[in-house]
Design a protein around this ligand. Sequence first.
Ligand code: INI
Length: 156
Amino acid sequence: MAEKVILDNFFENDLLDGSSLNIGLAVSVFNYEITNKMYNLAYDSLVEHKVDKNNIKRVDVPGAFELPLICKKMAESNKYDSIIAIGVVIKGDTDHYEFVANNASNGIAKSSLTTGIPIIFGILTTDNYKQATDRIIDAKYYATSSIIVSNIIKKL
Ligand code: INI
């Protein structure tokens, strides 16, 4: 497995401080065993970066295909500094992998750009289940990214 980037080593403390932030997480229940572990890791990482537990909101959705719309609605609520979309799309599971994965990635980019609220792309797209489980740890990177990007925007 490739070495993971520890974002904390690249950014100043003020950008890593989540104490003033509200973070939303939209979690796909498809491949729940993996996505729930990703949520837990992301949650712990947010709390480690001082995000108040009361300022973390989880919304479950059926699958990755639904993530862009729900993230857009969450962004439009103006309740969140950023949102993390968590999902797992596994190639072996479906012929329409491409549709689900492409809609999720294009849709999330579009939702983020149209609302101006950062939506972190926390969707694993892999060839098989093992590759996805190996990448559960990436959820920490997604959580830290949400804090950094939220704080960058506050400082612009
Ligand atoms: N949803 C996922 O999140 N991951 C998948 O791998 C997946 N597969 O394999 O089909 C998947 N499908 C469901 C999809 O996201 C929607 O929930 C469904 O099509 C209803 O809109």
